[in-house]
Write a protein that binds this ligand. Structure first.
Ligand code: HEC
Ligand code: HEC
Ligand code: HEC
Ligand code: HEC
Length: 157
């Protein structure tokens, strides 16, 4: 056969050989399909233990209910009922070791994340009532006037 056929073929063989060589160097030894089978089972066996070590930070609102029952019930009936406690208060893990150490965020930023008026319509986010942060009582924290656990406007003083 003529050279112009062989030369690219050598190149292809060289590339395949290189891939196989690099593969033996970089793929971890415990990588394989293991007991879960060839279809979806490809993973590093050691990664299973690594995930078991991961500490769960968020506990869900049902967990807060046991001790903060009144708060749980009142916010449940308010327009903020769909927001999980930890969305505003941060992860509850470690709270039981020292309940005082769940710092409360009273910043305007906490609320503006959802309530800063968007200039143009977007996904569901723009359906939430918006205010202009610079014009809406900029000197005070929101919770001075609005109860974060029941922000119903009719109940404003
Ligand atoms: C086993 C009981 C228990 C559970 C569960 C619990 N808390 Fe508490 N929490 C307390 C106690 C006790 C205090 C301190 C006394 C108080 O302020 O009522 C406290 C205080 C707080 C405070 C005020 C901290 C401060 O600086 O004044 C916040 C905010 C709070 N908890 C939020 C939560 C959230 C959110 C959850 C769910 C992720 C939760 N708690 C789950 C017992 C609990
Ligand atoms: C929209 C944000 C938001 C959500 C959702 C929310 N909180 Fe709060 N929470 C606040 C803010 C802000 C304060 C501080 C209010 C203040 O003192 O000005 C606070 C204060 C608290 C306090 C301490 C003050 C008090 O009144 O005893 C506790 C305890 C608490 N929240 C528990 C909860 C629990 C439990 C849930 C879920 C059932 C929850 N919060 C949901 C924003 C929120
Ligand atoms: C000095 C008191 C005060 C402060 C501080 C304040 N508000 Fe208000 N807010 C009001 C009053 C009163 C109304 C109802 C009348 C109106 O729309 O201005 C209102 C209305 C709203 C509304 C409903 C707007 C509408 O179109 O229906 C939202 C949302 C709101 N505030 C969010 C916030 C947020 C978020 C903050 C903090 C960044 C904040 N407010 C700070 C007094 C306050
Ligand atoms: C995770 C998003 C989120 C955060 C954070 C949040 N809100 Fe809301 N808020 C909502 C939703 C959703 C509603 C209900 C729909 C509406 O009224 O636009 C609402 C409603 C309101 C209303 C109108 C109540 C009514 O009568 O309709 C006020 C006022 C308000 N929030 C104030 C606050 C304040 C103050 C904070 C901070 C402490 C805050 N929100 C944080 C999502 C949020």
């Amino acid at each position: 056969m003529r050279n112009h056929v062989w030369r690219p073929l050598y190149l292809i063989i060289a590339v395949i050989a290189l891939i196989l060589l690099v593969r033996t160097l970089v793929v971890p030894e415990d990588f394989g399909s293991h007991e879960s089978g060839y279809m979806y089972g490809w993973h590093r066996k050691g990664n299973e233990a690594e995930w078991q070590q991961v500490k769960v930070k968020y506990q869900t609102s049902a967990y807060c209910k046991d001790c903060h029952r009144e708060m749980y019930d009142s916010i449940g009936k308010s327009p903020h009922g769909i927001i999980p406690c930890e969305d505003c208060h941060g992860p509850g893990a470690g709270h039981l070791d020292n309940p005082a150490k769940l710092p409360i965020d009273r910043s305007r930023q906490l609320c503006l994340r959802c309530h800063a008026q968007l200039p143009s319509p977007s996904s569901g986010r723009s359906a939430i009532r918006g205010i202009d942060p610079a014009g809406h009582n900029p000197e005070a924290e929101c919770s001075l006037c609005h109860n974060p656990h029941n922000p119903t406007l009719e109940e404003l003083p």
